[in-house]
Design a protein around this ligand. Structure first.
Ligand code: GTP
Ligand code: MG
Length: 85
């Protein structure tokens, strides 16, 4: 990116019904202990308040609450939401 080297990790989604959150977190932590930035991707057309709450808690304890200071929220499926109205 503009001559700046970056390493990007695509992680499995947390709370995916397989109950593998701990394994996913271990995988993430084995790759990077403190990311410079994090993209938190969530669907805009679904309300999953309890899942989001759990994911936020899991990430906060795994990477530290400071992670939210350099997180970018990304909402997908905004096109679906728009077409419903
Ligand atoms: N219509 C629409 N489809 C999308 C959007 N974002 C992702 N998709 C589709 O949704 C499906 C799942 O996208 P992924 O990026 O694989 O989602 P993921 O959460 O990373 O899935 P896993 O890695 O398997 O957990 C794909 O078929 C994408 O093309 C969006 O904004 N709008
Ligand atoms: Mg994926």
């Amino acid at each position: 990116m503009n001559g700046v080297k970056a390493i990007i990790f695509d992680t499995p989604g947390l709370r995916d019904e397989k109950g593998n959150d701990e394994t996913y977190i271990e995988l993430m932590r084995s790759k990077v202990e403190k990311p410079d930035s994090m993209l938190y991707v969530s669907r805009l057309d679904e309300t999953r308040k309890e899942d989001d709450r759990q994911v936020i808690k899991i990430i906060s304890s795994a990477l530290g609450e400071k992670v939210w200071e350099y997180t970018v929220l990304v909402f997908t499926f905004a096109n679906v939401k728009a077409s419903q109205y």
